[in-house]
Design a protein around this ligand. Sequence first.
Ligand code: ADP
Length: 251
Amino acid sequence: LADSQIEENKVKELNQLSISYNKMLTRLSDAFEIQRQFTANAAHELRTPLSLMQLQLDLYNATRHPGNDADTIQTIKMVTEQNDRLNKMVKTLLDMSELQTVGRDEVIAVDALVDEVLADLEPLAQEKNIKLIGKCKDITLRGSDILIYRMVYNLVENAIKYNHLDGQVTVTAYQEENQVHLSVEDTGSGIPEELKERVFEPFFRVDKSRSRELGGVGLGLALVREIVRGHEGSITVRSNPSGGTVFEVIL
Ligand code: ADP
């Protein structure tokens, strides 16, 4: 074949390839959209019966039942707790499925946002006499205010939940070139090295019974990772040299 013919065939082949890649990408993004819709629909459908059950339980718990035996009291307590867990799960799944539809172009004052999270979580910290420290530079970030708040909130909430009595949580933020580094450092139980990556998987918990006791459902960090991805950032987890864990987000 003449050189020009070979060139022409190559171009044709490349064109074919690019068309099939495009088709594949479209199919892939359609599949993601279907999955997102499914999660959203399932969560919406679950929300109504769960709310009704919650209402009935709240009503029941608000009324005195002097004749109840210990078994009944225990059963009602368990059902109330499990219903609460399901409510939390459904709410987080809904939040996750709605991530794509949230606007991302707000200018966020990082130190004010962190102060707000720390103030909102102060009562939880007080229960274990944990000191919350904010060390944030006066910097701004572009993104979704509501999602970044949720991201920091989940990280700080975990840093409190998995901390020891009289522990400490430090949130640091600074800018390097055009990236914002935000880290949440605790003095808690730490995460075993081999499980560090797995904590971001939905429903994964290092210690299931402890997490359940603390009201966890295993979706907090999965949501954090989705938020970070949605802002084209990265998140890493490492051990705190003085004990505990450090989560670092770069946006
Ligand atoms: P949960 O609702 O169980 O807290 P998350 O997705 O937020 O779910 O976290 C997943 C698991 O990762 C937790 O169950 C816990 O075992 C572990 N984990 C998260 N943050 C910390 C932390 N700061 N210190 C120790 N373990 C943590």
